[in-house]
Design a binder for this molecule. Structure first.
Ligand code: CMC
Length: 429
């Protein structure tokens, strides 16, 4: 369905089409605005701009709803597994048992990475941040798998997608192993996706490793929660990079670079560091005051979201998962958890946070959980990247298959110097 809206510019009426989605806000199509008025729109941070049409993920930030292909996130996280969510995001429907078995098999067959990738790793310093390694190594995949970089070929696109979903855990585990000086552990394909990842991270050749099913299930659920999130910064980066026709490995590397920032995927690392810095519940008021102080750049990490102006639905599931993991590991009194629970209670009642609708987001609890599982903080964003890879790929594929797709090219409001003549250095005062 579509209707029209009228915009008055310099006393001239401009008719603009309004497009309606299945749910959520409609959009005003301004693509002809420049041609008709000679003006651009201005929306730093894209707070009111839909950059594309998409059928993948829907968020209602006011109600705290997140749907993948129409299915609520809590139902997917409760009943399904991560590869089922991958299938859903990529193909639009939940798989039948046969489709799921076939998909699991296809992903599993691509878990190994080219043996020469090892040399890429050894080129990095041992203390390199694993996200730096991931940006480099995922970009380098395009050099190793050149046979799946022709984006005009649907078969190559599919192979590249499988490769990335399958190889991200292997690369992420290698980045971790390299940082602690342990040998790489090859994938073992009779294990499920997440158990395989845990084994590649925590097994050593000297000992038998038994995957803890409770931890594997919890991590799998964490992957589901992070799998896609509509047109966030890293996904928009992947789409923009891909709009030029760049190969998918390079596009995902661009997404990883964007995800690294503390306002985005780096927030779980920052949230845990903040909880450690606070240390004990009695210091919470001091940090709440810092977060509210306009002259202090400090923000309560793990709080607030561009889209959610209600409790992040992923945070509820994450909180439950945190308790399950700590129970399983017999961690009864975790001081960080004490600080987190208390901080959440205080912030949820504080006028500043209530008025600005700042609720805990997914990153508030994920750090505690991942730390309890044995991951160092530097790996948190890597795990986010691993899970988000499928969302990036689904969004990238949707864009490539969209017949209206053009190179992304935002415009600007120029406020720099006007035209002026060049003056030779000797004549400059
Ligand atoms: N602590 C204190 N004040 C905050 C916070 C916070 N965490 N977040 C927002 N505010 C204030 C902000 O100062 C501003 O106040 P005012 O209107 O008086 O200037 C107001 O709330 C609106 O903030 P904003 O920066 O305009 O909101 P945004 O939509 O641009 O930013 C955000 C969203 C997530 C970057 C921000 O809330 C933030 O920095 N949060 C902490 C980092 C974090 O947890 N990020 C994880 C996001 S969820 C994972 C993901 O999707 O990647």
């Amino acid at each position: 369905m579509s209707s029209n809206s009228t915009l008055s510019v310099d006393n001239k009426a401009v008719e603009l089409a309004v497009k309606e989605g299945t749910i959520g806000p409609s959009v005003i199509d301004i693509s002809k605005l420049y041609g008709q008025t000679g003006m651009f729109t201005y929306d730093p941070g894209f707070t009111s701009t839909a950059a594309c049409e998409s059928k993948i993920t829907y968020i209602d930030g006011d109600k705290g709803i997140l749907l993948y292909r129409g299915y609520p996130i809590d139902q997917l996280a409760e009943h399904g597994d991560f590869l089922e969510t991958c299938y859903l995001l990529l193909y639009g429907e939940l798989p039948t048992a046969a489709q799921k078995a076939d998909f699991d098999y296809r992903v599993t067959r691509h878990t190994m990475v080219h043996d020469q990738m090892n040399r890429f790793f050894t080129g990095f310093r041992r203390d390199a941040h694993p996200m730096a390694i991931m940006v480099g190594c995922v970009g380098a995949l395009s050099a190793f798998y050149h046979d799946s970089t022709d984006i005009s070929d649907p078969h190559q696109r599919m192979i590249a997608s499988m490769r990335m979903i399958a190889k991200m855990p292997t690369l992420a585990a290698m980045a971790y192993k390299y940082s602690i000086g342990q040998p790489f552990v090859h994938p073992q394909n009779d294990l499920d996706y997440t158990s395989n990842f845990l084994r590649m991270c925590f097994a050593v050749p000297a000992e038998e490793y038994k995957v803890n099913p409770v931890l594997a299930r919890a991590l799998d659920r964490i992957f589901i929660l992070h799998a896609d999130h509509e047109q966030n910064a890293s996904t928009s980066t992947v789409r923009l990079a891909g709009s030029s026709g760049a190969n998918p490995f390079a596009c995902i590397a661009a997404g990883i670079a964007c995800l690294w920032g503390p306002a985005h995927g780096g927030a779980n690392e920052a949230a845990l560091k903040m909880l450690e810095e606070i240390g004990t519940p009695d210091r919470i008021p001091e940090y709440i005051a810092k977060a509210k102080d306009k002259n202090d750049p400090f923000r309560l990490m793990g709080f607030g979201h561009r889209v959610y102006k209600n409790y992040d639905p992923r945070a509820r599931i994450m909180q439950k998962t945190t308790h399950e993991v700590l129970n399983e590991l017999g961690i009864k009194d975790d001081p960080l958890l004490d600080v987190a629970v208390e901080l959440e209670q205080i912030a949820l009642k504080d006028e500043y946070f209530v008025e600005k609708k700042l609720y805990p987001n997914i990153d508030f609890y994920s750090g505690i959980t991942l730390k309890a599982m044995g991951f160092p903080t530097s790996m948190f964003t890597v795990l986010f990247a691993l899970a988000r890879t499928v969302g990036w790929i689904a969004q990238w594929s949707e864009m490539i298959e969209d017949p209206s797709q053009r190179i992304g090219r935002p415009r600007q409001l120029y406020t720099g110097a006007p035209l002026r003549p060049y003056i030779q250095e000797t004549l400059r005062a």
